[in-house]
Design a protein around this ligand. Structure first.
Ligand SMILES: Nc1ncnc2c1ncn2[C@@H]1O[C@H](COP(=O)(O)OP(=O)(O)OP(=O)(O)O)[C@@H](O)[C@H]1O
Ligand SMILES: [Zn+2]
Length: 728
């Protein structure tokens, strides 16, 4: 009887595919978890061997042999494979595609594995002989100077010279330096000693440590600046002392060089980063080093949750409420939720840290599934900032800022301190209109106003990326009275520079941080003991620790108070608390100014008078009444097409199939998406809602098969999102 290989192939089909073993391969070498190169249609794909079977449903004359076995050892261990199979089932995404997503890009191809060791840079002979040219402070020269002392690994360079990557590229082109691989060496490294833990921190560490060796979920609910990171560091040290690995996830924007540096300074071993700013090769090496158990501490963003952890000791999800943990396209997993699945199968503790835990997590605390460990006070001498509301009604505003607030910023600067002005809108102004005829610059592909970006003199659509020049005259009436309405970060920047010409004003948003390393360079423009002003979007909400920052002004929360999204209130609360949390983190006390036209809004009042936990309790109650998560469970079928008719037909069919299936399942829709048109495509959706997760999980696979078979499905683009975070 033939041996049949059951292979997960990265294609958008849910089933596994059967192949014969590659010729000349010993049966003993065929181990589940190894990659195989297989023919697929007219192409070749790298799949993962999952099972070795005795027979196949495919007639034997149609079975093709796999072309090559790519690994001598399974690349995916049993735990990771098993967890990923769970994810494929739970998120209703084809297993082959899930596995492909979990592997770093370097391993998705049929290439030999890179050599073990760490990537490093060294001088070439030419480089060693070269004499410095250009400015002595130029990064290229600094990099040459560092390498003159010997080869340096990438993490060492991260520490020594932010922005070294661009310099390295130019030096490589000139043949002055080369990339080399150093065999992992025990780096003599004396970690810095941290502050002694306070009582609550120590208690958290003790409780989590006492649970080691089994699955135990914890919520570290620590107010901003309470020293959560110190708790993580202490727990990681304990894992290291037991010879175990620790995986720490941080939000996308949270993985700044600052946090990496802090971990590297404090831990006695190498800290491996995994994020999108690294080259494919670096990510592959780190992944493999983790798979061999050599990489002990891995600090990464969302997809780092797929790191193999054969010696797992601890998983930490920092800022667990952050929306960037949810993948918004393709395989729509939630890294926090998947972390719990992995922690369970690895038998380790998982720590969800946040000052503003998500309502899902708080609901799990309520039911006793997760244990909550609070850090109620700020660490060291710091105190929580004092909140103030500025009632904007009837006030005269200067580009959106009240006189009272401008005075407070002036006082702050006068004391030699720093202020942060938060506005969640990039660009100069969100609307450009003609005062003569009322024409508004609009994106025709999205039916939304275009944002004026005055620095580049462009009109941009923040939904589809469309970009065009700013007209000199109104295209409708040829009038020249084009005016802006509202303000974005650029406009605020202009105004603050005008008001405070002698103070460093730094804008932080997607425009100013486009290049790698730019975030850190921008922060470097603020001298710690000098006055300064930061302006920015939600990028500023996370993880930054500026000791001289004492005033935070939040100048646009009103959008969050009246949104139709059921999560808007929760998000508003999290954002306000996190942004406010940047103030007064050291010795100097901080103040938070909140400008609003709705000072009596109940959500805002609860937040300010009674804090985030009370706000969360209030919203949880509302959601219970409305039947929304976390009390119920959702799946969202999204579809888009170039015209409305096929969209309607597809979603009508989908709705009919869903509404007769199970009385415990509610189908809401079809309805237009909150953004009914985007990038020239019509968009609509169907929301499925059930009290029990299992109702959805039982229903979805069969329904998806029916959908795939519909002729209507071929005429639209569609996707399913289990536990959607955004309903857009
Ligand atoms: N036990 C302690 N004694 C003195 N200082 C401490 C202690 N723990 C932490 N700190 C200091 O307090 C500051 C805030 O700590 P940390 O960044 O760990 O807080 P956090 O809770 O992670 O903050 P956030 O969530 O707001 O970013 C840091 O400067 C840290 O060095
Ligand atoms: Zn658009």
């Amino acid at each position: 009887m033939p041996t049949v290989l059951r292979v997960a192939v990265p294609v958008p089909l849910p089933q596994l595919f059967d192949y014969l073993p590659p010729v000349d391969v010993d049966a003993a070498a065929l181990i589940p978890g190894c990659r195989v190169l297989v023919p697929f249609g007219r192409t070749r794909r790298v799949g993962v061997l999952l099972e070795i079977a005795r027979e196949s449903n495919v007639p034997s004359h149609r079975l093709k042999p796999a072309l090559m076995l790519l690994d001598a050892q399974p690349l995916l261990d049993a735990e990771l494979l098993c967890s990923l199979m769970w994810a494929a089932r739970y998120y209703q995404y084809p297993l082959g595609a899930v596995l492909e997503c979990a592997l770093p890009i370097g391993l998705r191809q049929a290439k030999p594995l890179p050599a073990a060791g760490e990537r490093a840079l060294a001088l070439t002979e030419t480089g060693a002989a070269a004499s410095p040219a250009g400015k002595p402070t130029a990064r290229t020269n600094l990099l040459l100077q560092i390498l003159a002392q010997g080869p340096r690994t990438y993490p060492e360079l991260d520490n020594a010279l932010p922005g070294w990557r661009a310099a390295a590229t130019s030096l490589r082109k000139r043949d002055l330096i080369v990339g080399i691989t150093l065999t992992t060496r025990a780096r003599p490294h004396m970690p810095m000693i941290g502050p002694p833990l306070n009582v609550e921190q120590q208690h958290a560490v003790d409780e989590i440590d006492a649970a080691h060796g089994r699955f135990a979920p914890f919520v570290l609910e620590g107010v901003t600046g309470s020293g959560k990171t110190e708790v993580y560091l202490a727990l990681i040290e304990q894992a290291l002392a037991r010879g175990q690995q620790a995986l720490i996830l941080v939000p996308e924007i949270g993985l700044t060089p600052q946090i990496l540096r802090r971990f590297r300074e404090r831990l006695p071993c190498a800290v491996h980063a995994l994020h999108s700013g690294l080259s494919d090769g670096e990510r592959t090496r780190t992944w493999l080093a983790a798979a061999r158990g050599e990489a002990q501490v891995i600090l990464g963003t969302r997809s780092a949750i797929f790191t193999p952890l054969p010696r797992a000791g601890l998983i930490v999800i920092d800022e667990e409420h952050d929306a960037s943990y949810k993948q918004q396209e393709g395989f729509r997993y939630h890294a926090r939720d998947f972390a719990l699945v992995r922690a369970r199968s690895l038998n380790v503790s998982v720590v969800l840290g946040s000052a503003t835990p998500s309502l899902e997590t708080l609901a799990n605390v309520e039911t006793g599934r997760y244990r909550c460990l609070p850090l109620r006070e700020r660490a060291g001498a710091a105190r929580m900032p004092i909140p103030r509301i500025v009632d904007l009604r009837g006030q005269r505003l200067q580009h959106g800022l009240s006189t009272e607030l401008i005075r407070a910023i002036r006082d702050c600067i006068g004391r030699g301190e720093q202020a942060l002005v938060f506005k969640n809108r990039r660009g100069y102004a969100p609307v450009l209109l003609c005062h003569g005829c009322g024409w508004t610059a609009t994106c025709t592909r999205c039916n939304k106003p275009l944002t004026l970006h005055r620095r580049e003199n462009r009109l941009r659509c923040h939904h589809c990326g469309a970009d065009r020049p700013v007209p000199i005259a109104c295209p409708e009436c040829q009038g020249t009275q084009l005016q802006t309405q509202g303000q974005g970060t650029e406009k605020l920047e202009d105004m603050l520079i005008e008001l405070f010409p002698h103070v460093a004003v730094v804008r932080i948003d997607r425009e100013t941080t486009r290049r790698k390393d730019s975030l850190e360079q921008l922060f470097a423009q603020l001298t710690p003991d000098q006055p300064g002003i930061l302006i920015g979007t939600q990028m500023l909400a996370k993880g930054h620790d500026l000791p001289n920052l004492t005033l935070v002004a939040i100048v646009g929360v009103d959008e969050g108070l009246f949104s139709h999204d059921f999560r808007a209130g929760e998000r508003m609360g999290q954002l306000v608390v996190q942004v406010a949390g940047r103030a007064g983190r050291a010795r100097k006390p901080g103040t938070v100014w909140l400008q609003t036209h709705h000072p009596e809004h109940p959500l805002l009042l609860t937040l300010l008078r009674r804090g985030y936990r009370e706000l969360a309790a209030q919203i949880l109650d509302e959601r219970r009444g409305a039947g929304f998560p976390p009390h119920t469970h959702l799946a969202l079928l999204r579809a888009d097409a170039s015209s409305l008719a096929p969209l309607q037909e597809f979603l009508d069919r989908a709705t009919t199939l869903a509404s007769t299936a199970d009385k415990n399942l509610q189908a809401l829709g079809p309805m237009p998406a909150p953004m009914p048109r985007r990038a020239g495509r019509e968009r609509a959706q169907l929301l499925l809602l059930a009290d029990q997760r299992s109702t959805l999980q039982t229903f979805l696979p069969a329904w998806l098969n029916q959908l795939r078979a519909l002729p209507e499905a071929k005429r639209v683009r569609w996707s399913l999102d289990v536990d959607p975070v955004d309903l857009y």
